[in-house]
Design a protein around this ligand. Structure first.
Ligand code: GLN
Ligand code: ZN
Length: 774
């Protein structure tokens, strides 16, 4: 295939780059600063050096237009709040003192002042700090940082393009400040915000920016006509300014849908669109609106959030089609590379043949540059790259890792009946009641007990070779003994082993499943200085041997009360990993589900009568567009049922989710057909119990009566009051008593006290409703 030469030389660009540095220098410097070991000047110098290195990296790789303003000490949405002067009143004084401390106080809080709330950035695992706005918010422009970083890049002789969070997305991500009515709509502040953006844009132009990028990912979500009108108004106003740089409005994570015609018509100079995954629909939509005559199109053809190599030939074909639809076409990754690790070539422990399938930020940058070169000079100029790419894609497609015949045969033989319990809930519950003999309002916990320093030391000792596996496992067994004896003494009804052997609820299983890869350097920013290293779901998944059985059975051997087995569910296993892009997610979920199903059955065979399959991520991977949700929920709930349906009717299946707002997936929760669900509720005052009841949820539920997110110990009266509220919605025969979530982040003193109070509350309320419990 030969592509015709683009009219103008196509530029290669990205919207952002990993911030932390190859040795995680930024994390170390910031945490050092917090501890007083690194001065503000030293921190600033480290940050400037990292920005310089990143730009140089990008330029060396062939990126012809580099982003500025994508760097952050904590979060780019917080930086936007600073840029527009939206500093909450409680942080004003510290912030005005002009040091970094005021900034970090907004992010992390201090002893006296609460931080901004933190939440997930669209459907990624990155968390941003939620802007707090109200009718009294006064915006003021502060372009200092943006201007300074632009200057740094210009001084290096580069062509920089500042990247800002766009005004519409900024307001759509905001929430009413504390004390402001919940009905307040931040979007009503648009007219006040636009002049501030105008000022920043003028400053950037004066400082030498030819182009400025305004990110509007909120426009890939379903938007009301009023919200689309606001977007139209924003870009009519900003586009109409006389003293401004050229404006590039960027969207990513999904298709623009109804917002595409709005932006196509706006008097801005270019659009950046995502053409990967579900967003590939942008291609047809663009043709339908007649393309972008007179505008620049930046085409995100390299997926910016997965870790797989691009299909270069396919991307070139897409780019070739796009050439006819815009004034000029440039090449980019679909979103900021913030969401991927830095460099796959650092992964020395992964088979080099497999490393060739992986593209982290550095590799994606090279792909973008290669595609731009091919688009500009024709495919002959990139023959070697295309040939290597084709070979790597072929090796991945044909590998026994991605094609395990046994796994494939089993997955395609799955029937509807495999994903159904053998009896409906009413019959199961009778069998379980007889089998388990639990009191009314049974008490339990969510699984983990405090991860103590001793446990962390034991793991570190094992890694460093100071103790052997035998020594490590002895320490784990000691911990299990303590956890079990504490629960017996406290009077809990369904016990757990406490998960002391688990570093992380996904990684622990990923390490034991065939088809999963662990990375050494695959760090991705979750929030602030917290980075996670998601495992890579690379191939067909199978379970060579039982993963949890010996710990659960050991705990069970110590007690006559039922010990609950504890597994991470298939949806969460996918959500907190890098998933494969070479088959539908539903197929991958089915592989994981079948492996977990074997574990569930083995637990039952070895005497476990209660098994909990955690799915805290069920809601967070809900697609951004409502039209895509039924498809997702169908495979997600099927995967859960496939995991849990291999057991006898008298084995009780629990699940757990930790979020308070789940109104939009209550039907899906019902479709899981779990016998018992525990949910976060203490902070929302049992609202979830009412939502379940309104939906007619027919099975057992344990809305949390102890908020584990804080060290505060609820007293027995408070827990009992929450229980009574729960009873207004859920009858006593179906109500469980438990905390909100796992206890791994808590200390022992508050855990002990809180669980004692929780059991006391259950006993009090049992007595009130006229039965005698245990
Ligand atoms: N069983 C897990 C625990 O208790 C559940 C964790 C979670 O919900 N995120 O730690
Ligand atoms: Zn939880």
């Amino acid at each position: 295939m030969t592509t015709k030469t683009a009219a103008a030389a196509a530029r290669a660009t990205v919207y952002g780059y990993p911030r932390q540095g190859q040795q995680r220098e930024l994390k170390k410097a910031i945490e050092g600063y917090w501890k007083g070991r690194v001065t503000a000047d030293a921190l600033r110098a480290t940050a400037a050096e990292l920005r310089r290195t990143n730009w140089q990296d990008l330029a060396d790789a062939g990126i012809t237009e580099v982003p500025t303003g994508d760097f952050s000490y904590y979060d780019h949405v917080l930086d936007t709040s600073v840029m527009v002067g939206a500093i909450p009143g409680r942080h004003r004084a510290a912030f005005d003192a002009g040091t970094l401390d005021g900034y970090f106080a907004m992010a992390r809080g201090t002893r006296d002042v609460a931080p901004l709330e933190m939440t997930k950035w669209f459907d990624t695992n990155y968390h941003y700090l939620v802007p707090e706005l109200g009718p009294d918010t006064v915006f003021t422009a502060d372009s200092t940082r943006q201007v300074a970083e632009l200057g740094e890049a210009l001084a290096l002789g580069l062509t920089p393009r500042p990247v800002l969070v766009g005004p519409v997305t900024y307001l759509l991500l905001a929430k009413p400040a504390p004390g402001v009515s919940a009905d307040f709509d931040p979007l009503t502040l648009l007219d006040r915000l636009l002049p501030v953006y105008a000022e920043v844009l003028a400053d950037l132009r004066a400082a030498g920016a030819e182009w400025v990028q305004l990110d509007e990912p909120a426009l890939v979500q379903d938007r009301t006509p009023a919200e689309l009108n606001a977007a139209a108004r924003a870009y009519r106003d900003l586009g109409g300014l006389t003293d401004r740089p050229k404006l590039l409005v960027a969207s990513y994570f999904d298709r623009l849908g109804d917002a595409l015609p709005v932006l196509a018509k706006a008097p801005v100079d270019g659009l950046a669109l995502d053409f990967t995954g579900a967003a590939a629909e942008n291609l047809d939509a663009l043709a339908t609106v007649g393309g972008l005559p007179g505008k620049r199109l930046v085409a995100g053809v390299v997926n910016g959030r997965n870790i797989w190599i691009n299909d270069l030939a396919k991307s070139l074909a897409t780019l070739g089609t796009l050439l006819g639809l815009a004034d000029r076409v440039d090449v980019a990754a679909s979103c900021s590379l913030l969401h991927v690790p830095l460099d796959a070539s650092l992964e020395r422990d992964i088979d080099p043949g497999i490393v060739r399938w992986l593209a982290f930020a550095r590799q994606k940058t090279a792909e973008v540059a290669t595609l731009a070169k091919g688009l500009t000079q024709g495919t002959d100029a990139i023959t070697a790259e295309l040939a290597a790419n084709k070979a790597d894609l072929a090796s991945r497609a044909a590998s026994p890792i991605t094609r395990d015949p046994a796994v494939r045969a089993r997955a395609s033989a799955v029937t509807d009946a495999d994903a159904r319990r053998s009896q409906p809930y009413p019959e199961r519950t009778a069998a379980q009641r007889a089998h388990l003999g639990l009191p009314l309002l049974p008490t339990t916990t969510i699984g983990s007990f405090p991860q103590t320093t001793e446990l962390r030391t034991a793991r570190a000792d094992l890694r460093a070779g100071r103790i052997d596996t035998e020594g490590y496992e002895e320490r784990i067994r000691n911990e299990i003994r303590e956890v079990v004896s504490f629960q017996e003494k406290t009077g809990l009804d369904v016990l757990v082993h406490g998960e002391p052997e688990r570093n992380d609820m996904v990684q622990y299983f990923a390490e034991q499943l065939t088809g999963y890869l662990a990375t050494q350097h695959g760090w991705v920013q979750s929030y602030g200085t917290r980075y996670v290293r998601p495992p890579v779901l690379a191939g067909d998944i199978s379970r060579p041997e039982p993963m949890t059985v010996r710990w659960t059975t050991y705990a069970q051997s110590l007690s006559d009360r039922p010990v609950k087995g504890m597994l991470t569910g298939p949806v969460t296993m996918l959500a907190w990993s890098f998933v494969r892009d070479d088959q539908p997610l539903g197929d991958t979920a089915r592989h994981v589900a079948l492996a977990l199903r074997d574990e569930v059955v083995d637990l039952e065979t070895n005497g476990t009568s209660v098994i909990q399959v955690d799915e805290p991520a069920l809601r967070e991977t809900l697609p951004l567009r409502a039209a895509d949700r039924p498809g997702y929920l169908a495979w997600a709930t099927e995967a859960f049922r496939l995991t849990t349906s291999g057991v006898r009717p008298d084995t009780q299946i629990h699940t757990h989710m930790c979020y308070a707002e789940f109104g939009d997936i209550v039907q899906a929760i019902d479709d899981l057909d779990a016998d018992v669900i525990s949910l976060e509720a203490a902070r929302s005052h049992m609202q979830v119990a009412h939502e379940l009841a309104e939906h007619g949820y027919p099975r057992e539920a344990g809305p949390g009566v102890y908020d584990i997110h804080s060290p505060r110990v609820p007293d027995a009266a408070e827990a009992a009051a929450l229980l009574r509220t729960g009873l207004e919605a859920i009858p006593a025969e179906r109500l469980w008593v438990n905390p909100d979530c796992g206890l791994k982040t808590r200390g022992w003193p508050e855990t002990r006290a809180s669980l004692e109070n929780l059991v006391a509350a259950a006993r009090t309320v049992r007595a009130e409703i006229g039965t005698t419990g245990s």
